[in-house]
Design a protein around this ligand. Structure first.
Ligand code: UD1
Ligand code: CA
Length: 465
């Protein structure tokens, strides 16, 4: 098989993004633009994968270095055009032979299947260059494909195009396969062009045509070749990416009530017969089991949700685990480091932080559970609060299996309520409660007969005075 190499161009500034971040690190459905591009190239099984970086090169190298191995980086100090960018890899690739697949760091929608089709067509045709093209409704901004007798003759950039050429709707994706043998000499011969005197990579095609070398084209679906140059195009690409993900999930047996408002990142997994209601956001590395019900406005990020879980409306779950059969929300907040046990119940306006709730434990209403371990079957009454912070340090609360904590209890951590203990409602617990004990920690009530009227008079007097 022909040896393959991959090159991703990612040195440009992305001026039209008006951003302090490099364009290729902007995020789309949970990954950076350039990560999407690298994923499309994965099935090419390239011998080398190189990125040309320049603008904020360190940031791009740092992020990709942290998430991926096996990448080479080449610096393009001045961004003098896409042909100039490829030329920077000459010291690395000049001695290599085979196919170089060039991808644009800002064209993240290309699919792995299409990248493979490009390389395979190129190798089969033994072409000098193969260009991925598409016919699109609004070709503005793209290089236009000019054909003669059906053959690609040249690519004309927007700025250099005649009115007739601007009307052409077949455009250059910026994605190519090149035979390495004639590539670098030809790149060096590409003239400077356009308003910024750049050296355009498509310039090489005209030269190949003149030399009688074979140029192939592969035609892709229009949505695969979109380049991202502005926030508007970023949003459009997001729409297309979500559509693709939602179709995939529905084909695998997930019900999505309104796909237009389901925001599911590319790496999210969802099991069959789960129902996703409107306005649900599933982010990052999240997995949701089978037969779950995710109600309106739920956001789940980087979390693992088991089978048969119900998450009621407007709950937020971040960096947490929810075991099978649990019920969460509405309006619950499960924060990082939390684990909700099987069949457990977390109700309205309950916030759980860095805490474990055992199987079948319940915290139904208006509570804060932080830095706590709550045993299996324990019951946390409405309005219970773990007072975990003393102003300088966090402390832990431990609640044993089957313990009952009455409503409105404050647990001043560090403190332990042992298994089966019972805490009376309204208690302020400052000391450990032994297993099976009843703790009552509140002021005694005093009833003063007939004194209500006197109290009202006094209040009325002071209101007047
Ligand atoms: C480019 C193509 C155009 C094609 C379009 C598809 C050229 C001259 N034009 O135009 O035919 O229709 O993509 O999206 O190639 N880059 C560098 N170094 C540079 C310049 C650019 O690394 O000196 C990188 C950018 O970071 C970017 C990519 O190359 O990832 C494309 O550059 P961009 O300036 O966006 O080119 P377009 O004008 O979109
Ligand atoms: Ca572009």
């Amino acid at each position: 098989m022909t040896e393959r190499h991959v090159l991703v161009l990612a040195a440009g500034k992305g001026t039209r993004m008006r951003s302090s971040r490099p364009k290729v690190l902007h995020r789309l459905s949970g990954c950076s633009l350039v990560e999407h591009v690298l994923r499309a190239a994965d099935p090419l099984r390239a011998t080398t994968t190189t990125l040309v970086v320049g603008h904020q090169a360190e940031a791009v190298e740092r992020e990709l270095g942290a998430t991926r191995g096996g990448l080479g980086f080449v610096r393009q100090e001045q961004q003098l055009g896409t042909a100039h960018a490829v030329l920077q890899t000459e010291p690395l690739l000049a001695e290599r032979r085979g196919t170089l697949v060039v991808l644009m760091g800002d064209a993240p929608l290309v699919s792995p299947t299409t990248a493979r089709a490009l390389a395979e067509t190129h190798d089969r045709a033994a072409a000098a260059a193969t260009v991925l093209t598409a016919t699109i409704e609004r070709p503005y901004g793209y290089g236009r494909i000019v054909r003669r007798a059906g053959q690609l003759a040249e690519v004309v950039e927007e700025a250099d195009a005649t009115p007739e050429q601007r009307a052409l709707r077949e455009v250059n994706s910026g994605i190519y396969a090149f035979d390495l043998a004639p590539l670098f000499p030809a790149l060096r011969a590409v003239p400077e062009a356009g308003p910024k005197q750049e050296r355009y990579l498509p310039g090489i095609l005209r030269r190949y045509r003149e030399q009688g070398l074979t140029i192939e084209t592969v035609i892709a679906a229009d949505h695969e070749i979109r380049g991202i140059n502005s926030r508007h195009e970023l949003a459009e690409a997001g729409f297309l990416m979500r559509h693709r993900k939602n179709e995939e999930l529905m084909a695998a047996g997930v019900t999505i009530v309104d796909p237009a408002t389901a925001y599911v990142d590319v790496d999210v997994e969802v099991g069959p017969d789960t129902v996703i209601h409107p306005g649900v956001i599933l982010e990052g590395r999240t997995s949701v089991g089978a037969r779950c019900e995710l109600h309106a406005g739920v956001r789940i990020a980087n979390s693992a949700v088991g089978n048969d879980v119900t998450v009621n409306d407007h709950s937020v779950i971040v960096d947490a685990e929810i075991a099978a059969g649990a019920r969460v929300g509405p309006f619950a907040h499960i924060r990082p480091g939390s684990s909700i046990g099987e069949q457990a119940r977390v109700g309205n306006f309950v916030e759980i932080k860095k805490s474990v709730l055992g199987a079948e434990a319940k915290a139904g209403h208006l509570s804060y559970i932080g830095d706590a371990a709550v045993g299996a079957g324990a019951n946390i009454g409405a309005g219970t609060i773990t007072c975990n912070f003393d102003g300088s340090e966090k402390h832990r609360t431990t609640i044993g299996d089957e313990a009952f904590v009455g409503s409105g209890t404050q647990l001043i951590a560090p403190v332990t309520v042992e298994s089966g203990a019972y805490v009376a409602a309204g208690s302020c617990i400052t000391e450990d409660v032994p297993a099976g004990a009843l703790a009552v920690a509140r002021g005694r009530q005093v009833n003063k007969e007939g004194r209500a009227a006197a109290m009202r008079r006094k209040n009325a007097d002071s209101a007047q005075g």
